[in-house]
Design a binder for this molecule. Sequence first.
Ligand SMILES: [Zn+2]
Length: 104
Amino acid sequence: MKAILKLEKCFYCDTEITHSAMQKDHFPIPARHGGKETVPCCIACHDMKDRYLLQSWPSEWWQDVLLDWPKMSRATRIYFAKMGTLFLDYVLTKKKKNESKTTL
Ligand SMILES: [Zn+2]
């Protein structure tokens, strides 16, 4: 009898993954912020999203982002622009807090 293999698609790359290899990524709200909803994803995408700091991304990944820009809708471009602003606000706020700690 042939075993039936149930496949899921990675939310980020659409690769088909077996249920046993599937990871659960907390999306859209990260677990550390109380998010409960998850999407199926492969380990490579989960690593890329949660285990690499954005500032440590290799240049090839940034190049892919820039190449995708013309294909994005207006709303998606604005969404990413807002995310960039939030990211910089966060980084600069964190940097200021660290500077004030060292001067005390
Ligand atoms: Zn993936």
